[in-house]
Design a binder for this molecule. Structure first.
Ligand SMILES: Nc1ncnc2c1ncn2[C@@H]1O[C@H](COP(=O)(O)OP(=O)(O)OP(=O)(O)O)[C@@H](O)[C@H]1O
Ligand SMILES: [Mg+2]
Length: 629
């Protein structure tokens, strides 16, 4: 991320303090933890973790991993040597072996473990990687890594319905926030030198170098330092981590951003931050805002960091984070009664592919075959569902099926879509639509019609742009979009009602509607499933009703998909087959083509090809060679 000097002042001391206060207060302060700590002799490893303190990417410069291991390996020996004196030996020996190993590499993880009330919650398990099956764990008390230095601890909160989610970071040391403030004052004098850094990596290295210049390691804080700040190795490690986390990342939110299992981060106002975890569902983060002022300060910094500062006049911001995640901020108590709020919807750098979605059980190979044929033939398609049901993700995944030679224009309020095609114009609205400088979806869509695109992808249709989309379809442009509606009936109702007002007889310009939903599987676990794919046949004015065919449907009791329109799909037989040169008796061969494609997709999947861009490359190569048209 390219940070100018103005960003150097970006700091989230409140949050970082909050993080450590929570650890230092509720957990460290628990009676058990206090008892443990008071008896504990300092361990050799606690004072020899200098190199381990360097944030991941820059570690190479500070003594190799070998030096780190050698020095920190003393921790294990020290624990063993102090067996008689140190009550923590029981804890250490009770740890799973891989967690013991992690603790020798990362002493702050060990200290964290010493601080938690293991008698009450038990010894956590360690998972280097999370798997889907873990969702069935009845009692969740586990630790897993989210980056080179940060770990997450999940454990049950008996007083709450949501389990707790605590980030374990090298900076969780009570003295670090104050030291950081002093470091920041001295950093000011060096800010200009950051200009010379050509990218974020170089800037991070410079920051680490400045910290080495500003701080002097003095384990006992005995020496009086006139020019430098006296710190222990452990504090220096924490400061370096914090410096990068807060100045280049999103402060205390950074471990949550790094955690690929997090889908949503939401702060509803004063109080805790809530999370949606891909494996464990709803969780409560160990970060909370205790006052509206604290929250406002954080939200202002967050909005400045993403280059869209909120103000009292412009209190609502929709934007994207550098990693592609979407963020929405509402600033101030006037418009949000519990205080400012924000939501971050995580998106990975590489979008989920249709094979990823098959892996997740959202669609199956046959449906992918059907969609590749219909999209390849230029059918208009809407993906509809409720909030956060996975509409945008599915729409994005199936863009792979669009003819690789086509020109695509995408139009969005917030740039979420990532189309793999080279001939892709990405257009984004500007402003709030209330002044002359604003450029709305409606404006962009009208302009797109003059750009001769083969496909127009509209991020989401909400209002009057829907009418333009139908005009575009009417004039031969293929349109794809997402739409908030939980069923085909509601989709049609909303399209024909105010404010979109599509004439009923125009509805069949939309040929396909996919309905996706967040569901509970029979075992109670959450999942996303395409509950139906529907072909819209048209409006029957005699009975004033719309006709559609359910081509695929999800069966909740078996968690399998059915293909009721097999040998009975009007769109496939009368449009797609005809466009593919099949006629008469041959039209039904279109169903064999679905099977053939399903087999190809399955083989690719079995070969481990799931990457969104790699899949696009393979399919477009096959297209060029005439194999996949
Ligand atoms: N099929 C899926 N399986 C598992 N997770 C998914 C699936 N699809 C999407 N997700 C995750 O769910 C979250 C919501 O996805 P997405 O933004 O696509 O939903 P949406 O319906 O477009 O939401 P909105 O209503 O806000 O526009 C994302 O974090 C995404 O990674
Ligand atoms: Mg969406």
């Amino acid at each position: 991320m390219n940070l100018g000097p103005m960003h150097i002042s970006f700091d989230l001391p409140n949050l970082s303090r909050l993080g450590s206060r929570l650890l230092g207060g509720r957990l460290l302060g628990s009676p058990l933890a206090g008892r443990q700590r008071s008896k504990v002799k300092p361990l050799a490893g606690e004072t020899t973790d200098a190199a381990a303190g360097v944030p991941g990417p820059i570690r190479r410069r500070f003594g190799g991993a070998k030096a780190v291991r050698e020095r920190n390996g003393q921790l294990a020996k020290a624990v063993a040597a102090d067996a008689d004196l140190d009550p923590r030996i029981d804890l250490y020996q009770g740890l799973p072996l891989d967690l013991q190993q992690e603790c020798t590499d990362k002493p702050y993880l060990w200290e964290y473990l010493c601080s938690i009330p293991v008698d009450d919650i038990g010894v956590p398990h360690y998972y280097p990687r999370l798997t889907k099956d873990l969702r069935y764990l009845k009692y969740k008390n586990l630790i897993y890594p989210v980056s080179a230095d940060a770990y997450i601890h999940i454990y049950p909160d008996v007083e709450d319905t949501r389990d707790s989610y605590i980030a374990i970071e090298p900076s969780n040391i009570p003295t670090v926030p104050d030291l950081m403030r002093r470091v920041d004052q001295q950093m000011m004098a060096k800010v200009m030198r950051l200009h010379s850094a050509k990218d974020a990596g170089a800037r991070a290295e410079l920051m680490i170098q400045f910290l080495d210049e500003i701080c002097t390691v003095d384990e006992k804080h005995r020496r009086f330092q006139r020019k430098t700040i006296s710190v222990t190795e452990k504090e220096l490690f924490g400061l370096k981590y914090l410096q990068i986390r807060d100045k280049q990342g999103l402060g205390a939110l950074e471990p949550l951003i790094q955690d690929l299992h997090i889908e949503d981060i939401s702060c509803d106002g004063v109080g805790p931050i809530f999370l949606e975890h891909k494996v464990f569902g709803g969780l409560k983060a160990g970060i909370r805002f205790d006052s509206p002022e604290e929250l406002d300060r954080f939200v202002i910094k967050l909005s400045e960091r993403i280059g869209r500062p909120v103000t009292v006049r412009e209190p609502i911001v929709d934007s994207v984070l550098p990693d592609g995640s979407r963020v929405n901020i509402v600033f101030g108590r006037e418009v949000s009664k519990k205080g400012s709020n924000f939501t971050i919807r995580k998106f990975g750098e590489t979008p989920l592919s249709f094979l990823d979605l098959i892996g997740l059980g959202t669609i199956n190979y046959e449906m992918a075959g059907y969609l590749s044929l219909t999209l390849g033939a230029g059918m208009n398609i809407f993906v509809a569902g409720e909030t956060a049901s996975g509409k945008t993700t599915l729409l994005n995944a199936i863009t792979t099926f669009i003819n690789p030679l086509h020109k695509i224009v995408s139009i969005e309020d917030t740039p979420e879509l990532q189309v793999p095609h080279p001939h892709w114009a990405r257009e984004v609205t500007r402003g709030n639509g209330r002044d002359d400088a604003s450029v709305t979806m409606f404006d962009l869509l009208r302009a797109a019609l003059r750009q001769r695109p083969n496909e127009i992808i509209i991020g989401e249709i909400r209002g009057e742009e829907g009418a333009i989309a139908f005009q575009a379809m009417q004039t031969g442009h293929t349109c794809m979009s997402t739409f908030h509606a939980s069923s085909i009936e509601k989709l049609i109702q909303r399209l024909t009602g105010s404010p979109i007002n599509i004439p009923k007889t125009y509805i069949d310009n939309l040929q396909l509607a996919i309905i996706i939903s967040s569901v509970r599987l029979a075992d109670g676990s959450p999942a996303r499933r395409v509950v139906s794919i529907n072909e819209i046949l048209g409006y029957n004015s005699e009975v004033d009703s719309f006709e559609f065919v359910e081509v695929f449907r999800w069966n909740p009791s078996t968690d399998k998909f059915e293909f009721p329109a097999k040998m009975n799909s009007r769109l496939l037989e009368e449009v797609v087959a005809v466009r593919r040169g099949l006629s008469g008796q041959d039209t039904r061969r279109i169903y064999d083509e679905i099977d053939d494609r399903a087999t190809i997709f399955k083989r690719l999947h079995e070969r481990g090809v799931t990457n969104f861009y790699e899949l696009y490359k393979i399919l477009s190569q096959a297209h060029r060679e005439g194999l996949f048209r």
